[in-house]
Design a protein around this ligand. Structure first.
Ligand code: GLA
Length: 402
């Protein structure tokens, strides 16, 4: 019996990712959405995937206040590799674009107090055709990343079969653990298997990954944000319970600062990602970002809500016939975050309601407007209030027990 228990404990230890990382959703910067696979450093040196790009963004994260707010990851995505592994089968960075190599970049990033994330792909090739991590390369690649003192791995799933993924993702969790270096593990696995049970086993994912991409890639458009919000809310009853400290659903990067979103839409993405307890990875040019977009991304109260220690994912509680949606997220100390979201395209809409009709059972609450920081007032269960929500915009409140 005793033997059996020890054996079982060992199995659990080996299978699960006991890295203690990411007790709150990770924050930082990830190259992909904004910089894609731009490898044209001859013609576009400022915007190509290169060591200079990551060093410049790392400097911005540190010097423009991002790191102090929690944006402490700088993450490389696809297209960092040379086209072939070296003669020992080890992955190498493209020698032209990363002449000093990944270890140098990791040292630089660490010297600035940041963490470095890297990208790999469970399968024959990365999505853009660079060397993939086939099953026989899992241990070697995990060790290579650990040798380079990388802090996080996003493991994509292009050019793989469901069987490869079912073996490869847990094998990488085990291999990362075995390196002895704490390396946070972001799994794209569910996104390649439709994001839903029975194909996706969220109980297993929770044990082996710190975060996972459930659904399609975000693109620089409002339509893309809406399709992600729709998918996450459609499946919220299944997704909501699997998120928590150390293991998060990932609706993909923030678009704020890029080209596709209006000011209202940018605020809406930030508010909804915060309700979803989502990782906050920016993917924008921090060298040229506007003050207005910085304000959205650097909103302290918003970040505090996103990073709430309970780590409970919020959900949609109401959709009215007038196309207003209400989302709520439970927070520590009985606080709540409320988002009133308009899907309308006409004019600012006056939405009148009470906390009771939003399924609240306790009151009073003290309400703060998250974007303006202003006090809204004390709200009782039956006090009727009106919020004025701009088209494709949000009003967000932070409710605390006075
Ligand atoms: C997939 C991923 C994206 C990005 C690209 C890189 O599409 O979902 O997030 O990493 O591959 O090629």
């Amino acid at each position: 019996m005793k033997l059996m228990v020890t054996w079982l404990a060992l199995v659990v230890q080996v299978l699960s990712l006991e890295n203690g990382l990411m007790r709150t959703p990770p924050m930082g910067w990830l190259a992909w959405e904004r910089y894609r696979c731009n490898v044209n450093c001859e013609e576009d040196p400022d915007n190509c995937v290169s060591e200079d790009l990551f060093i410049e963004m790392a400097d911005r994260l540190v010097e423009d206040g991002w790191i102090d707010l929690g944006y402490n990851h700088i993450n490389i995505d696809d297209c960092w590799m040379a086209c072939e592994r070296d003669e020992n089968g080890i992955l190498v960075a493209d020698p032209k674009r990363f002449p000093k190599g990944i270890k140098y970049l990791a040292d630089y990033v660490h010297s600035r107090g940041l963490k470095l994330g890297i990208y790999g792909n469970m399968g024959n090739k990365t999505c853009m055709g660079y060397p993939g991590t086939t099953l026989d390369k899992v241990t070697l690649d995990a060790q290579t990343f650990a040798n380079w003192t990388v802090d996080m791995l996003k493991l994509d799933g292009c050019f793989s079969s469901p069987e490869d993924r079912a073996q490869g993702y847990p094998a990488m969790a085990k291999a990362l653990n075995a390196t002895g270096r704490p390396i946070a593990y972001s799994c794209s696995w569910p996104a390649y298997d439709g994001g839903l049970p029975p194909e996706v086993n969220y109980t297993l994912l929770k044990d082996i990954c710190n975060l996972w991409r459930n659904y399609d890639d975000i693109e620089d458009s409002w339509q893309s944000v809406l399709s992600i919000v729709d998918w996450f809310t459609k499946h919220q009853d299944m997704l909501q319970p699997v998120a928590g400290p150390g293991h998060w659903n990932d609706p993909d990067m923030l678009l704020i600062g890029n080209y596709g979103l209006s000011f209202e839409q940018a605020k809406a993405q930030m508010a909804l990602w915060t309700i979803f307890a989502a990782p906050l990875f920016m993917s924008t040019d921090l060298r040229t970002i506007s003050a207005q977009n910085m304000d959205i991304l650097q909103n302290k109260l918003m970040i505090m809500i996103n990073q709430d220690p309970l780590g409970i994912q919020g959900h949609k509680i109401l959709k009215t016939k007038d196309n207003i949606e209400v989302f709520v997220r439970p927070l520590s100390k009985k606080a709540r975050a409320l988002v009133f979201f308009s899907r309308r395209t006409d004019m600012p809409y006056r939405f009148k309601t009470t906390l009771r009709s939003l399924s609240f059972t306790e009151s009073p609450y003290l309400a703060l407007d998250v974007f303006s920081g202003e006090l809204v007032g004390i709200i009782n269960l039956d006090s009727e209030f009106t919020v004025i929500i701009n088209p494709s915009g949000v009003i967000m409140w932070y409710l605390t027990v006075p």
